[in-house]
Design a protein around this ligand. Structure first.
Ligand code: ZN
Length: 363
């Protein structure tokens, strides 16, 4: 298995059509997975479609180019616009449902573990970001890497099939992004705000760090999320967000890590760790591992941290749990980014077994 690479055209509609054509089978598979998952959360297909329509209407009023790209994907993938929209707002649709039924879902949810490294901690003096992206097992093999070239900015993103907004990435201004899902009891209860994937796209389209932070904090949110953002000049901040509050975590000894619960010290009540308890140790373990080579951290050391199998299969490198019936989760992609050299390394599958692919924005 290897991650497909798409060098995107310039207009949103063209980009969408490329995406829909190249990733047609993966998008269809992704749609099936999340429809089934939402049904497991107790919502029927009619209600999902109605929710997707509501979000499409909101995006038409607020994010014209984003919707153009969604429509291009829909045309080329032979799927309804509602279905592609559903994939793009799956956090906003699904996570509130999870919050209400969380205790019963311990076998079908997953997380991510991420890290940010200041230049002084790494062997080559470069700021780095890294993460494992975890998800439902059938999503394994459906993600891809895209390169977007705009008039004043180029960027690389790791994308879920069918999604216009990336999950992680870096741009030519030296700005990088990794994310962790978070959850509170009030997720999905307020009025509509720009969804997660619209914000990740805006982050990588930004050439200034203040604009990055603005994309995260200016408007309230419908779903909680940790946005770990960095700049090649040596700035990293992990921004925990709930629908109506934010909290900034800065590197300790040049290293910051995060998983799927709100870190201690704040006042936001966390829901995710109630049913993904591995979150409690994943962030700390990765942080301890990285700090064991302060000043000489290289890609291999970061990858070794992402391959960690402590408390397998509920480890940083997540594997399916054969002892538990029902839907299974896994690490889908592992990413390591060098924000100075503008290189993104990624694996298609758990990093303990999948080969590392190199995507060079400067090349
Ligand atoms: Zn593994």
């Amino acid at each position: 298995m290897s991650l497909k690479f798409i060098r995107f055209e310039r207009t949103p509609r063209e980009r969408g059509r490329q995406h829909g054509e190249i990733m047609r089978s993966e998008i269809a598979a992704n749609a099936d997975v999340y429809l089934a998952r939402f049904c497991d959360f107790g919502i029927d297909q009619v209600a999902i479609q109605a929710e997707a329509k509501r979000w499409l209407s909101f995006l038409e009023q607020t994010s014209e180019n984003y919707v153009e790209e969604v429509r291009g994907i829909s045309e080329a993938a032979n799927l309804s616009t509602d279905t592609v929209t559903m994939l793009n707002v799956r956090h906003e649709i699904g996570f509130p449902l999870m919050a209400r039924t969380a205790i019963d879902l311990s076998n079908i949810v997953d997380g991510c573990t991420s890290a940010g490294l200041m230049p002084e901690t790494t062997s080559q003096g470069t700021a780095m970001l890294a993460q494992t992206i975890d998800g439902p097992m059938p999503v394994c093999g459906t993600m891809f890497v895209g390169r977007i070239s705009e008039t004043n900015n180029s960027w690389l993103g790791v994308f879920e099939a069918g999604c216009v907004g990336p999950t992680a990435g870096l741009n030519e201004a030296g700005i990088g992004l990794v994310c962790n899902s978070l959850l509170t009891a009030i997720d999905g209860r307020g009025p509509m705000f720009p969804p997660f994937k619209v914000r990740t796209r805006a982050i990588l389209e930004s050439r200034r760090f203040d604009r990055v932070i603005q994309a995260i904090v200016r408007r309230d949110r419908n779903s909680s999320m940790n946005y770990l953002v960095g700049h090649s000049d040596g700035e990293i901040v992990s921004i925990e967000t709930s629908p109506n509050s934010t909290r900034y975590l800065f590197p300790d000894n040049g290293v910051v890590t995060h998983a799927n619960h709100f870190e201690p010290g704040g006042n936001i009540v966390s829901e995710f760790d109630r049913f993904v308890p591995s979150s409690v140790y994943r962030s700390h373990r990765l942080g301890r591992h990285l700090r064991s080579k302060l000043g000489s951290i290289d890609v291999d050391h970061v990858l070794a941290g992402l391959k960690d199998h402590f408390s397998y299969p509920a480890s940083i490198c997540l594997h399916p749990d054969k002892d538990t019936p029902g839907a299974q989760s896994s690490t889908i992609v592992a990413v390591v980014m060098d924000l100075k050299r503008l290189v993104l390394l990624a694996t298609d599958g758990p990093p303990c077994g999948a080969p590392v692919q190199t995507f060079d924005l400067a090349g």
